[in-house]
Design a protein around this ligand. Structure first.
Ligand SMILES: Nc1ncnc2c1ncn2[C@@H]1O[C@H](COP(=O)(O)OP(=O)(O)OP(=O)(O)O)[C@@H](O)[C@H]1O
Ligand SMILES: [Mg+2]
Length: 240
């Protein structure tokens, strides 16, 4: 059984369907790169999984539970981590408080402490900045905090919406390496939305290309990189 299963989905805002008949399966252990032009519906698809849009048709299930049109608060309490494209940390709270907020669904105190240690081992900078307000972090540190915060809930699936968009290339590269580590060493299944399609595909086990709300292509990263038609549609992104 797939960890995340999306079937014949139509979803959007108000009466407008942005996602138009999309099906997608994500298996445990997958690293999925979700790529596509601006406005193709990547964020809308992610928000739909989290119950934040209107679903007109279709079905979404996670970890064997039907979450189609589930309440966002309920979905947020499942083992489904989400790092949004914007506003992904509480800027007025300290680094430590942000991380603790992420772990509130874990009841056992010892366990919470252990996860906290794992997250700060992964991102040592968060440990050294734990008393600092999140709003004072650099762009890269802030994204690490957003990822760390999501990891505090021990997600089975982590969905990231363009986490490197505002980062300098060298800082983006550091974050990409951490994401690869989270997937391979912590065993967290990953869906990564990325503008840098080439980079995302180089890390992923599977690539999905979204165009105008439809899945235009799905395959191994190699297959996508070799597809000249897809490269043509991505001109400027895959050709970096
Ligand atoms: N809250 C909203 N209300 C109405 N329409 C929206 C809303 N958010 C996005 N849209 C529209 O939905 C379409 C898809 O937008 P979406 O943000 O999902 O694209 P995206 O693939 O994530 O783009 P980007 O790469 O720029 O982040 C766009 O036409 C956009 O204008
Ligand atoms: Mg987006």
């Amino acid at each position: 059984m797939a960890l995340l299963e999306i079937r014949d989905l139509f979803a959007g805002y108000g009466k407008m369907a942005i996602i138009q008949g999309l099906s997608l399966s994500v298996d445990s252990g997958d690293f999925v790169a979700l790529v596509g032009p601006n406005g193709s519906g990547k964020s809308t698809l992610i928000k739909t999984i989290l119950g934040l849009t209107t679903i007109f048709e279709g079905k979404v299930s996670f970890d064997g539970v039907d979450i189609t049109a589930g309440k966002p608060e309920k979905i947020a309490n499942m083992k489904l981590g989400y790092v949004p494209q914007i506003s992904n940390v509480f800027t007025d709270m300290t680094v430590k408080e942000n991380l603790e907020m992420g772990g509130t669904t874990i009841r056992d105190r010892e366990r919470r402490r252990a996860v906290f240690n794992r997250v700060t081992n992964l991102f040592p900078i968060l440990d050294s900045r734990e008393r600092q307000r999140a709003g004072l972090l650099s762009g890269g540190e802030r994204q690490m905090l957003a990822v760390g915060r999501a990891l505090m809930a021990e997600p089975k699936l982590l969905i990231l919406d363009e986490p490197t968009a505002a980062l300098a290339p060298i800082v983006a590269e550091q974050l990409f390496q951490k994401l690869a580590e989270i997937q391979s060493q912590m065993g967290v299944t990953m869906v990564l939305v990325e503008q840098n399609a080439r980079k995302a595909l180089s890390l992923a086990s599977k690539g999905v290309v979204l165009i105008q709300g439809k899945k235009a292509f799905e395959g191994t990263p190699d297959e996508i990189m070799k597809d000249t038609e897809i490269i043509r549609m991505f001109l400027g992104e895959l050709t970096i």
